[in-house]
Design a protein around this ligand. Structure first.
Ligand code: ZN
Length: 289
């Protein structure tokens, strides 16, 4: 119960895409597309950005997120919760970053190709810079529960989404270009990039109840201490050392790319307390990272 029930989360730009999505040639999308073609024929105006293009034959299908208009919908359904989360994240980052532009959010159904490789629940959520797109498969959260005992509750799911948005902010602000992700050691740019994304996620969680819909209704309720702990737990659960231990391996700092569980939790809390300005992971000496 993270969203306010009557908050308006309609108009989100998330799309469902993947092998399990079948909308080609039928349904409302098809009718809308035909209507647009007719409109264009008669008026010469190009409305191709208004409704989705129909999927090409043989490619992964794409559809809208169904019944995702209110906070109540978001509380009920994982895909809608992520779509609604993107609305709140876009509003927050729009107020923090000059010239902010929203990423695409693709809710993965089974699997779908991307310029950054195949997206599925096995790859986990990721951000694809050349597409400015976040890919996330909601069934990933079930894996998080099973494999890492992370409760993967509502706020933890939004934290994971917010982490990927953190990478989008890094990309559009030029931080990624300034600090190329080369090397994998414990104080490499790769680790600093990941910890900064955790910090940005924490910054959003710390301010998320300030974001309101057009009627002034806050999208999200004040997180409970339990939910915060849950989100921090999720941050730790996807820390690389934890994953290596869980999979029976030993912790090899040279192979870290995300940072340790302790580091991830600490940077999340840094952002939560201090906002985005506190998130300069590139300015910290290696031993203090
Ligand atoms: Zn990351």
């Amino acid at each position: 119960m993270t969203f306010n029930e009557n908050a308006n989360v309609g108009g989100n730009r998330a799309r469902r895409r993947g092998a399990g999505v079948a909308v080609a040639g039928g349904g409302l999308a098809g009718i809308a597309a035909i209507a647009v073609v007719l409109f264009q024929l008669f008026t010469g105006q190009d409305l191709s950005g208004v409704v989705p293009a129909l999927p090409q034959t043989g490619s992964a299908g794409e559809s809208e997120i169904q019944q995702c208009e209110t906070g109540a919908d978001a509380n009920r359904d994982d895909a809608c919760r992520l779509a609604a989360g993107s609305v709140v994240l876009d509003q927050y980052w729009g107020s923090q970053v000059q010239g902010y532009r929203a990423p695409q959010l693709v809710i993965v159904d089974q699997q779908t190709p991307s310029q950054c490789g195949t997206a599925s629940n096995q790859t986990g959520p990721f951000y694809c810079p050349p597409e400015e797109t976040v890919y996330i498969d909601p069934t990933f959260f079930a894996l998080l529960r099973q494999q890492f005992d992370a409760s993967a509750g509502d706020l933890a799911q939004l934290y994971v989404l917010a982490h990927e948005y953190g990478h989008h902010v890094q990309y559009i602000t030029g931080l990624m270009d300034q600090h190329p992700n080369n090397g994998t050691g414990p104080d490499s740019n790769g680790v600093r990039t990941e910890l900064q994304a955790d910090c940005f996620a924490g910054a959003w969680v710390g301010d998320m109840t300030q974001q309101v819909d057009e009627n002034g209704v806050p999208y999200l309720k004040e997180p409970t201490p339990q939910q915060i702990a849950d989100a921090i737990n999720a941050a730790g659960a996807v820390g690389d050392d934890h994953i290596q231990q869980e999979s029976g391996g030993f912790v090899n700092p040279e192979s870290w790319t995300h940072g340790s569980s302790e580091q991830r939790q600490r940077w999340f809390e840094t952002g939560y307390q201090g906002g985005p300005a506190s998130c300069d992971t590139f300015a910290v000496a290696g031993g203090n990272l």
